[in-house]
Design a protein around this ligand. Structure first.
Ligand code: EPZ
Length: 420
């Protein structure tokens, strides 16, 4: 199995470009199923998660043309209603295909989506929402079937704020009969961006980016060209890398506004950075102060940036309380950091206490999920000696050609394609 081999301690300098947002790309591919016309999605990241969802829609008979940094999708017809089991198991986000499939064809058969190990990934809110819109739900072994004639608009209140729940119901409502109101909706920047583009294609969506979204169903929507926003999780991760291992790193093609809550915490910790239009310059932090964080839905502190920030706090002076309020499995990776020399105490599945600064030393570790995986790469880059990171499929799920981009900053990281 391939692994990364890292020799830590190099000071990093130079420029790194942020790719298009993974969590915008996945939904753009799904929503293209709503239209018979061609969608061109630019600034498209070719990573394992997007490769899987492209394979899933091709399996449905949808035409996909991969280009340089872009993809063309045209769902002239959808030849079947069942989502490929193996692909579904690899991608938690495959649930988002259920919305457009139901809206376009009236039926979807799929297995419970797999994906991350960061915590139980229920889909109760999706199933409740679809049934409110008139879909019938049944089970066949561990496969579930949703079928509806034409979906009808409904009032859907999310008991918990769900990003993909909001997006999937918004997509399903675009072609439904009548009006749908989503309440307690997520406000991540990928959502209003998607809604704005859907409106350009003929949808009638208002309120995206606020807790209440209204969608008036239309007969059909056209195609067009959608440029994906920069990946805010890559942006934040590279900002933390700059503080940990800079010299000076310039992060290009990003939107600093999308990581405001992180930047406020980094400033409090004493990290020096400079914002520009679509760039962020971060200098290596000589001395940092410990800072507490609690993750929260957007615009609060992103749970996807908790793992790299926890690593950052291992290098800060003092004690930090890290609270991941959203997932109950997203702090397990701290065991690996402790094996590297960190001093982190697990208080409960949602809270750890970090005591710093702690010198890290390299060792062999495995990447549990994509955000913990990239954090272990960053840990290897600052640790003394050699680090070997296995299960790097998890990292390739979210970070395109990551070792090549880090090498350009002066990092000593190699992808070893071992047969064992
Ligand atoms: C999205 O996941 C992102 N994934 C996640 O990024 C991100 O961590 C998460 O939002 C929170 O920001 C994509 O956009 C593809 P949720 P999502 O539904 O939508 C509970 C990454 O690393 N819930 O917002 O699947 C759930 O248990 C990934 O790129 C239910 O209870 O997360 C959790 O506690 C990881 N029932 C909370 O909602 C449901 O039916 C938030 O989950 C659905 C969710």
């Amino acid at each position: 199995m391939p692994y990364f081999e890292i020799i830590g301690g190099k000071k990093l300098n130079g420029e790194i470009e942020v790719k298009g947002a993974k969590n915008a790309a996945l939904k753009a591919v799904a929503v293209a199923l709503l239209s018979r016309e061609k969608w061109t999605i630019t600034n498209f990241p070719f990573i394992e998660d997007t490769n899987r969802i492209l394979e899933m829609v091709e399996d449905l008979g949808v035409k996909v043309v991969r280009g340089d940094n872009q993809v063309e999708i045209q769902a002239k017809s959808i030849k079947k209603n069942s989502l490929d089991k193996n692909l579904t198991k690899k991608l938690r986000a495959s649930i988002i295909l259920a919305g457009p499939m139901l809206a376009r064809t009236g039926k979807v058969e799929m297995y419970h989506p797999g994906g991350c190990v960061i915590g139980k990934r229920p889909i109760d809110m999706f199933l409740d929402g679809f049934q409110k819109m008139g879909a019938k739900f049944s089970r066949r072994g561990d496969e579930f079937i949703l079928s509806a004639g034409k979906l009808s608009g409904a009032n859907i209140f999310f008991p918990k704020i769900s990003v993909t729940g909001t997006e999937t119901m918004m997509m399903a409502a675009v072609l439904a009969r009548g009006e749908t109101i989503l309440e307690n909706a997520a406000m991540e920047p990928e959502i209003p961006t998607l809604a704005d583009f859907l409106n350009k294609c003929g949808a009638k969506i208002s309120g995206a980016g606020t807790p209440t979204i209204r969608i008036k169903g239309v007969k059909n929507i056209g195609g067009g060209k959608l440029e994906l926003i920069p990946d805010r999780i890559e942006t934040g991760t590279f900002a933390i890398l700059g503080a940990l291992a800079g010299g000076k790193i310039k992060i290009k093609k990003c939107n600093p506004d999308h990581i405001r809550s992180l930047l406020i915490k980094m400033e409090k910790a004493g990290v020096k950075f400079e914002e520009r239009e679509n760039e962020l310059i971060v200098w290596g932090a000589k001395k940092m102060k410990a800072v507490d964080i609690s993750t929260h839905e957007y615009p609060g502190f992103a749970t996807d940036l908790q793992p790299p920030f926890t690593l950052l706090m291992t290098q800060a002076k003092g004690t930090s309380l890290i609270h991941d309020s959203i997932f109950d499995g997203r702090l397990m990776f701290t065991d690996a950091l402790n094996l590297m020399g960190a001093n982190i105490i697990m208080n409960d599945p949602h809270r750890v206490t970090v005591n710093g600064p702690a010198k890290l030393h390299g060792r062999k570790i495995a990447s549990p999920d994509l955000r913990a995986g990239i954090t272990l790469v960053l840990a290897g880059l600052i640790a003394e000696g050699k680090t070997r990171i296995e299960n790097i499929y998890q990292i390739d799920r979210g970070y395109e050609k990551i070792e090549e981009r880090l090498q350009k900053l002066g990092a000593d990281i190699k992808r070893i394609n071992s047969k064992s």
